[in-house]
Design a protein around this ligand. Structure first.
Ligand code: COA
Length: 212
């Protein structure tokens, strides 16, 4: 497979939003908001443009990964800047061929080169533990309310960076999406039917689960 990965350019924006919509549509909720998220993220102050990549197969954009700045803060005013990816998308017809893994590996390497100490995400452990992510609880990193969500996952880039303290994780407010704006933005894309899939129920369960 002749896959290449390069930075996203302005010419790719529409294609990336379309592929994101294809990848997420009806998967976690009826419809999806990730194509709108991608659109707003690029203009947000937390966006990390140097970690915005597309995967290309035979001149076609088949995948994308985007990161924003996040942070963890310990009781006594210690703060570490971290990087958070999401969305990550691969066109459905090209999934399960290693493209998502290639995007994670490539961006992780660049994040390390740029000096990020860790990547922290919210997602399915099934997708990310195989890439070295562990539960945030293993590093004493809770969410902003002091709880340990099932899907809060951490990949240390500097070993031992979180040792000896209890941390709280803060993600970018770009993820607080205005649902009305999503509906308006979605009108700019071709019609797709919103419908129920059992993966939505799986997501509802996983997103309400916390580690004791
Ligand atoms: C999640 C996502 C980005 C993964 O991308 P992907 O390109 O399918 O990922 P990979 O191909 O690297 O890995 C997926 C699976 O295919 C397997 N695989 C990889 N290359 C393979 C190959 N050549 N032949 C067969 N299987 C292969 C991997 O082992 C993995 O298997 P597993 O799920 O049993 O562990 C993609 O499925 C996607 O866009 N999903 C919808 C959006 C989404 O959920 N994003 C993440 C939100 S948390």
């Amino acid at each position: 497979m002749n896959l290449s990965i390069r930075s996203e350019t302005e010419n790719d924006y529409r294609k990336v939003e379309e592929l994101t919509r294809e990848a997420f549509w009806n998967l976690y909720v009826q419809g999806c908001d990730e194509h709108y998220l991608v659109h707003t993220m690029r203009a947000h102050s937390d966006f990390i443009s140097e970690l915005d990549f597309v995967a290309i197969l035979e001149d076609k954009i088949v995948g994308n990964i985007m990161y924003t700045k996040s942070s963890v803060v310990a009781e006594s005013s210690h703060r570490i800047e971290t990087a958070t990816f999401g969305p990550i998308s691969v066109l459905p017809a090209f999934q399960r061929q290693g493209i998502g893994s290639a995007l994670i590996h490539h961006s992780r390497k660049v994040a390390l080169e740029k000096g990020y100490k860790a990547i922290i995400i919210q997602g399915s452990p099934h997708n990310y533990c195989k890439h070295g992510f562990k539960s945030s609880k293993d590093y004493n990193i809770s969410d902003a309310e002091g709880k340990f969500p099932y899907g809060l996952l951490v990949l240390e880039l500097e070993k031992g960076i979180f040792e000896g303290r209890c941390w709280r994780y803060y993600s970018s407010d770009v993820y607080n999406i205005d649902v009305n704006a999503v509906d308006e933005y979605d009108k700019l894309f071709g019609h797709k039917k919103k419908e129920y899939k059992s993966t939505q129920e799986e997501f509802r369960i996983a997103s309400r689960a916390y580690l004791a």
